[in-house]
Design a protein around this ligand. Structure first.
Ligand SMILES: C[S@@+](CC[C@H](N)C(=O)[O-])C[C@H]1O[C@@H](n2cnc3c(N)ncnc32)[C@H](O)[C@@H]1O
Length: 291
Protein backbone atom coordinates (compact mmCIF):
# COMPACT_ATOMS: atom_id res chain seq x y z
CA UNK A 1 0.00 0.00 0.00
CA UNK A 2 1.64 3.31 -1.03
CA UNK A 3 2.34 5.72 1.80
CA UNK A 4 1.75 9.47 1.57
CA UNK A 5 4.66 11.90 2.00
CA UNK A 6 3.32 12.93 5.41
CA UNK A 7 3.14 9.29 6.56
CA UNK A 8 6.67 8.67 5.31
CA UNK A 9 7.88 11.79 7.14
CA UNK A 10 6.29 10.53 10.37
CA UNK A 11 7.96 7.11 10.01
CA UNK A 12 11.32 8.84 9.53
CA UNK A 13 10.69 11.01 12.58
CA UNK A 14 9.86 7.91 14.64
CA UNK A 15 13.04 6.25 13.36
CA UNK A 16 15.20 9.16 14.56
CA UNK A 17 13.30 9.28 17.86
CA UNK A 18 13.95 5.60 18.60
CA UNK A 19 17.66 6.04 17.94
CA UNK A 20 17.83 9.14 20.13
CA UNK A 21 15.74 7.83 23.02
CA UNK A 22 17.40 4.44 23.29
CA UNK A 23 20.89 5.99 23.29
CA UNK A 24 20.37 8.60 26.01
CA UNK A 25 20.61 7.42 29.61
CA UNK A 26 18.94 10.66 30.73
CA UNK A 27 15.94 10.15 28.44
CA UNK A 28 15.66 6.50 29.49
CA UNK A 29 15.79 7.67 33.12
CA UNK A 30 12.90 10.06 32.45
CA UNK A 31 10.96 7.22 30.84
CA UNK A 32 11.59 5.05 33.90
CA UNK A 33 10.38 7.82 36.22
CA UNK A 34 7.28 8.65 34.16
CA UNK A 35 6.19 5.40 32.52
CA UNK A 36 8.03 2.75 34.55
CA UNK A 37 9.91 1.38 31.54
CA UNK A 38 13.11 2.02 29.59
CA UNK A 39 12.57 0.84 26.03
CA UNK A 40 12.45 4.21 24.22
CA UNK A 41 8.67 4.31 24.39
CA UNK A 42 6.73 6.79 22.25
CA UNK A 43 3.17 5.93 23.31
CA UNK A 44 1.51 6.94 26.59
CA UNK A 45 1.27 3.36 27.83
CA UNK A 46 2.67 3.14 31.35
CA UNK A 47 3.88 -0.05 32.95
CA UNK A 48 0.69 -0.21 35.04
CA UNK A 49 -1.42 0.01 31.89
CA UNK A 50 0.75 -2.60 30.15
CA UNK A 51 0.21 -4.99 33.08
CA UNK A 52 -3.56 -4.47 32.85
CA UNK A 53 -3.48 -5.11 29.12
CA UNK A 54 -1.47 -8.30 29.56
CA UNK A 55 -4.17 -9.49 31.99
CA UNK A 56 -7.08 -8.52 29.71
CA UNK A 57 -5.40 -10.34 26.82
CA UNK A 58 -4.84 -13.38 29.06
CA UNK A 59 -1.18 -13.63 28.04
CA UNK A 60 0.71 -16.73 29.11
CA UNK A 61 3.25 -19.22 27.75
CA UNK A 62 0.76 -20.70 25.27
CA UNK A 63 -0.38 -17.35 23.82
CA UNK A 64 0.56 -16.12 20.35
CA UNK A 65 0.76 -12.33 20.73
CA UNK A 66 1.00 -9.81 17.90
CA UNK A 67 1.84 -6.17 18.40
CA UNK A 68 1.34 -3.64 15.61
CA UNK A 69 3.55 -0.52 15.72
CA UNK A 70 5.79 -2.03 18.37
CA UNK A 71 8.46 0.69 18.08
CA UNK A 72 11.61 -0.26 19.98
CA UNK A 73 9.88 -3.05 21.89
CA UNK A 74 7.56 -1.36 24.33
CA UNK A 75 5.40 -2.95 25.65
CA UNK A 76 5.64 -6.16 23.59
CA UNK A 77 9.05 -7.28 24.83
CA UNK A 78 8.13 -6.41 28.41
CA UNK A 79 4.92 -8.46 28.16
CA UNK A 80 6.77 -11.37 26.54
CA UNK A 81 9.29 -11.35 29.37
CA UNK A 82 6.65 -11.07 32.09
CA UNK A 83 4.15 -13.61 30.75
CA UNK A 84 6.22 -16.07 28.69
CA UNK A 85 4.05 -15.56 25.58
CA UNK A 86 5.30 -16.00 22.03
CA UNK A 87 5.45 -12.59 20.42
CA UNK A 88 5.54 -11.10 16.94
CA UNK A 89 6.35 -7.38 16.87
CA UNK A 90 5.92 -5.37 13.70
CA UNK A 91 6.63 -1.76 12.81
CA UNK A 92 8.16 0.29 9.98
CA UNK A 93 11.06 2.40 11.37
CA UNK A 94 14.19 0.28 11.10
CA UNK A 95 16.00 2.00 13.96
CA UNK A 96 13.21 1.07 16.36
CA UNK A 97 13.19 -2.54 15.16
CA UNK A 98 16.97 -2.72 15.52
CA UNK A 99 16.76 -1.46 19.11
CA UNK A 100 13.99 -4.00 19.79
CA UNK A 101 16.13 -6.85 18.40
CA UNK A 102 19.03 -5.82 20.61
CA UNK A 103 16.78 -5.62 23.66
CA UNK A 104 15.20 -9.03 22.87
CA UNK A 105 18.68 -10.59 22.65
CA UNK A 106 19.81 -8.90 25.88
CA UNK A 107 16.69 -10.11 27.72
CA UNK A 108 17.01 -13.69 26.38
CA UNK A 109 13.81 -13.39 24.33
CA UNK A 110 15.19 -13.83 20.81
CA UNK A 111 13.87 -17.41 20.51
CA UNK A 112 10.24 -16.53 21.07
CA UNK A 113 10.04 -12.95 19.77
CA UNK A 114 9.87 -12.33 16.03
CA UNK A 115 10.63 -8.72 15.15
CA UNK A 116 9.62 -7.92 11.59
CA UNK A 117 9.46 -4.79 9.43
CA UNK A 118 5.88 -4.72 8.14
CA UNK A 119 2.96 -2.41 7.53
CA UNK A 120 0.02 -2.89 9.87
CA UNK A 121 -2.25 -2.45 6.86
CA UNK A 122 -0.62 -5.38 5.00
CA UNK A 123 0.43 -7.96 7.57
CA UNK A 124 2.80 -10.72 6.39
CA UNK A 125 0.91 -13.49 8.24
CA UNK A 126 -1.58 -16.15 7.17
CA UNK A 127 -5.26 -15.66 7.97
CA UNK A 128 -6.54 -17.05 11.25
CA UNK A 129 -10.31 -17.33 10.85
CA UNK A 130 -12.29 -20.47 9.93
CA UNK A 131 -12.18 -19.58 6.23
CA UNK A 132 -8.60 -18.39 6.27
CA UNK A 133 -5.50 -20.31 5.22
CA UNK A 134 -4.38 -20.60 8.83
CA UNK A 135 -7.63 -22.27 10.00
CA UNK A 136 -8.00 -21.49 13.69
CA UNK A 137 -4.25 -21.08 14.00
CA UNK A 138 -4.06 -17.29 13.93
CA UNK A 139 -2.90 -14.99 16.71
CA UNK A 140 -4.57 -15.26 20.13
CA UNK A 141 -3.84 -11.73 21.29
CA UNK A 142 -3.38 -8.53 19.32
CA UNK A 143 -2.37 -5.16 20.71
CA UNK A 144 -1.43 -1.67 19.55
CA UNK A 145 -0.72 1.38 21.70
CA UNK A 146 -1.64 4.79 20.24
CA UNK A 147 -0.91 3.48 16.74
CA UNK A 148 -4.17 4.14 14.85
CA UNK A 149 -3.72 7.88 15.51
CA UNK A 150 -0.28 7.64 13.87
CA UNK A 151 -1.48 6.34 10.47
CA UNK A 152 -4.08 7.07 7.82
CA UNK A 153 -5.23 3.53 6.94
CA UNK A 154 -6.94 2.87 10.28
CA UNK A 155 -9.70 0.69 8.86
CA UNK A 156 -7.24 -1.39 6.82
CA UNK A 157 -5.21 -2.10 9.97
CA UNK A 158 -8.30 -3.29 11.85
CA UNK A 159 -9.29 -5.45 8.84
CA UNK A 160 -5.83 -6.99 8.80
CA UNK A 161 -6.00 -7.62 12.55
CA UNK A 162 -9.32 -9.38 11.99
CA UNK A 163 -7.90 -11.47 9.14
CA UNK A 164 -5.02 -12.86 11.19
CA UNK A 165 -7.01 -13.27 14.44
CA UNK A 166 -7.69 -16.81 15.63
CA UNK A 167 -11.26 -17.79 16.56
CA UNK A 168 -10.62 -17.20 20.26
CA UNK A 169 -8.56 -14.06 19.77
CA UNK A 170 -8.77 -10.89 21.82
CA UNK A 171 -7.63 -7.50 20.60
CA UNK A 172 -6.91 -4.49 22.79
CA UNK A 173 -5.71 -1.07 21.71
CA UNK A 174 -5.37 2.47 23.00
CA UNK A 175 -6.03 5.42 20.73
CA UNK A 176 -6.05 9.21 21.04
CA UNK A 177 -8.92 11.00 19.35
CA UNK A 178 -10.58 14.41 19.08
CA UNK A 179 -13.29 14.89 21.71
CA UNK A 180 -16.77 14.76 20.16
CA UNK A 181 -19.04 17.77 19.69
CA UNK A 182 -16.38 20.51 19.38
CA UNK A 183 -16.76 23.82 17.56
CA UNK A 184 -14.73 24.16 14.34
CA UNK A 185 -12.13 26.31 16.14
CA UNK A 186 -11.74 23.83 19.03
CA UNK A 187 -11.59 20.93 16.58
CA UNK A 188 -8.63 22.65 14.86
CA UNK A 189 -6.90 23.18 18.21
CA UNK A 190 -7.41 19.51 19.09
CA UNK A 191 -6.14 18.32 15.71
CA UNK A 192 -3.03 20.52 16.06
CA UNK A 193 -2.36 19.24 19.60
CA UNK A 194 -2.88 15.53 18.96
CA UNK A 195 -0.84 12.89 17.15
CA UNK A 196 -0.26 13.54 13.44
CA UNK A 197 -3.13 11.40 12.12
CA UNK A 198 -5.55 11.89 15.01
CA UNK A 199 -8.46 12.65 12.68
CA UNK A 200 -10.68 9.65 12.11
CA UNK A 201 -13.58 9.33 9.65
CA UNK A 202 -15.75 7.71 12.34
CA UNK A 203 -15.89 6.66 15.97
CA UNK A 204 -13.66 3.65 16.67
CA UNK A 205 -16.57 1.55 17.95
CA UNK A 206 -18.23 1.92 14.56
CA UNK A 207 -14.97 1.18 12.75
CA UNK A 208 -14.55 -1.98 14.81
CA UNK A 209 -18.08 -3.13 13.92
CA UNK A 210 -17.41 -2.46 10.22
CA UNK A 211 -14.20 -4.47 10.28
CA UNK A 212 -15.63 -7.62 11.87
CA UNK A 213 -15.06 -6.97 15.58
CA UNK A 214 -17.40 -6.94 18.58
CA UNK A 215 -16.44 -4.41 21.23
CA UNK A 216 -16.32 -6.05 24.68
CA UNK A 217 -15.06 -3.06 26.66
CA UNK A 218 -14.33 0.63 26.16
CA UNK A 219 -12.63 2.75 28.78
CA UNK A 220 -11.68 6.42 28.94
CA UNK A 221 -8.09 6.93 30.12
CA UNK A 222 -7.78 10.63 29.27
CA UNK A 223 -7.07 11.58 32.90
CA UNK A 224 -4.20 9.07 33.08
CA UNK A 225 -2.87 10.29 29.71
CA UNK A 226 -3.02 13.89 30.88
CA UNK A 227 -1.10 13.07 34.06
CA UNK A 228 1.55 11.04 32.22
CA UNK A 229 1.89 13.77 29.60
CA UNK A 230 2.28 16.47 32.28
CA UNK A 231 4.97 14.47 34.08
CA UNK A 232 6.86 13.77 30.85
CA UNK A 233 6.73 17.38 29.67
CA UNK A 234 7.86 18.59 33.11
CA UNK A 235 10.93 16.31 33.06
CA UNK A 236 11.71 17.27 29.46
CA UNK A 237 11.66 20.98 30.31
CA UNK A 238 13.95 20.55 33.31
CA UNK A 239 16.32 18.48 31.14
CA UNK A 240 16.12 20.78 28.14
CA UNK A 241 19.92 20.64 27.57
CA UNK A 242 19.83 16.86 27.13
CA UNK A 243 16.63 17.17 25.10
CA UNK A 244 18.44 19.54 22.72
CA UNK A 245 21.57 17.39 22.63
CA UNK A 246 19.50 14.33 21.75
CA UNK A 247 17.11 15.90 19.23
CA UNK A 248 19.25 18.81 17.97
CA UNK A 249 18.23 22.45 18.58
CA UNK A 250 15.75 22.49 15.69
CA UNK A 251 14.23 19.09 16.51
CA UNK A 252 13.90 20.00 20.20
CA UNK A 253 12.19 23.31 19.37
CA UNK A 254 9.77 21.51 17.07
CA UNK A 255 9.00 18.87 19.71
CA UNK A 256 8.57 21.46 22.47
CA UNK A 257 6.16 23.39 20.22
CA UNK A 258 4.13 20.22 19.74
CA UNK A 259 4.14 19.54 23.47
CA UNK A 260 2.78 23.07 24.12
CA UNK A 261 -0.04 22.49 21.63
CA UNK A 262 -0.88 19.14 23.25
CA UNK A 263 -0.87 20.74 26.70
CA UNK A 264 -3.32 23.41 25.56
CA UNK A 265 -5.63 20.82 23.98
CA UNK A 266 -5.52 18.63 27.10
CA UNK A 267 -6.10 21.52 29.48
CA UNK A 268 -9.19 22.46 27.46
CA UNK A 269 -10.51 18.83 27.37
CA UNK A 270 -10.26 18.69 23.59
CA UNK A 271 -8.45 15.34 23.41
CA UNK A 272 -9.53 11.88 24.49
CA UNK A 273 -7.52 8.72 25.02
CA UNK A 274 -9.43 5.46 25.14
CA UNK A 275 -8.77 1.75 25.41
CA UNK A 276 -10.88 -0.67 23.40
CA UNK A 277 -11.14 -4.44 23.83
CA UNK A 278 -12.75 -6.51 21.07
CA UNK A 279 -13.25 -10.09 19.87
CA UNK A 280 -13.96 -11.41 16.36
CA UNK A 281 -17.63 -10.79 15.57
CA UNK A 282 -19.86 -13.76 14.88
CA UNK A 283 -17.32 -16.53 15.37
CA UNK A 284 -18.27 -17.41 18.93
CA UNK A 285 -21.98 -17.04 18.30
CA UNK A 286 -21.78 -19.26 15.21
CA UNK A 287 -19.92 -21.90 17.17
CA UNK A 288 -22.33 -21.71 20.12
CA UNK A 289 -25.26 -22.39 17.79
CA UNK A 290 -23.72 -25.49 16.22
CA UNK A 291 -25.93 -28.56 16.85
C1 LIG B 1 2.84 5.97 19.42
S1 LIG B 1 3.99 4.91 18.61
C2 LIG B 1 3.92 3.47 19.65
C3 LIG B 1 5.20 2.70 19.61
C4 LIG B 1 5.42 1.68 20.72
N1 LIG B 1 4.42 0.64 20.72
C5 LIG B 1 5.45 2.35 22.07
O1 LIG B 1 4.49 2.19 22.83
O2 LIG B 1 6.43 3.03 22.35
C6 LIG B 1 3.15 4.43 17.14
C7 LIG B 1 3.93 3.49 16.26
O3 LIG B 1 3.11 3.17 15.12
C8 LIG B 1 3.98 2.93 14.05
N2 LIG B 1 3.28 2.96 12.76
C9 LIG B 1 2.85 4.03 12.07
N3 LIG B 1 2.33 3.64 10.89
C10 LIG B 1 2.42 2.29 10.85
C11 LIG B 1 2.04 1.30 9.91
N4 LIG B 1 1.43 1.63 8.75
N5 LIG B 1 2.29 0.02 10.19
C12 LIG B 1 2.88 -0.33 11.36
N6 LIG B 1 3.27 0.55 12.30
C13 LIG B 1 3.04 1.85 12.04
C14 LIG B 1 5.02 4.02 14.19
O4 LIG B 1 6.17 3.73 13.46
C15 LIG B 1 5.23 4.04 15.70
O5 LIG B 1 6.31 3.24 16.08
Amino acid sequence: MPRTASEQALIERFSRTYRHLTQSETMLGIERAVCGCDYGCTSWTTREEADDIGNILGLGPATRYLEIGAGSGWPGLYLAKRTGCEAALIDLPLEGLQAARERAAKDGLADRCRIVQADGAALPFAGGGPGGPGGSGGFDAIYHSDVLCCLIEKQAVLEECRRIAGDEAKMVFSVISIAPGLSDADYETAAAGGPTFIESPMDYAEMLARTGWTVTARGDVTAEYSETFGNMFGFEKTNIDEFERVHGAEGAAELMGRRERTLEALERDLLRREIFAAVPAGVRMARDFQP
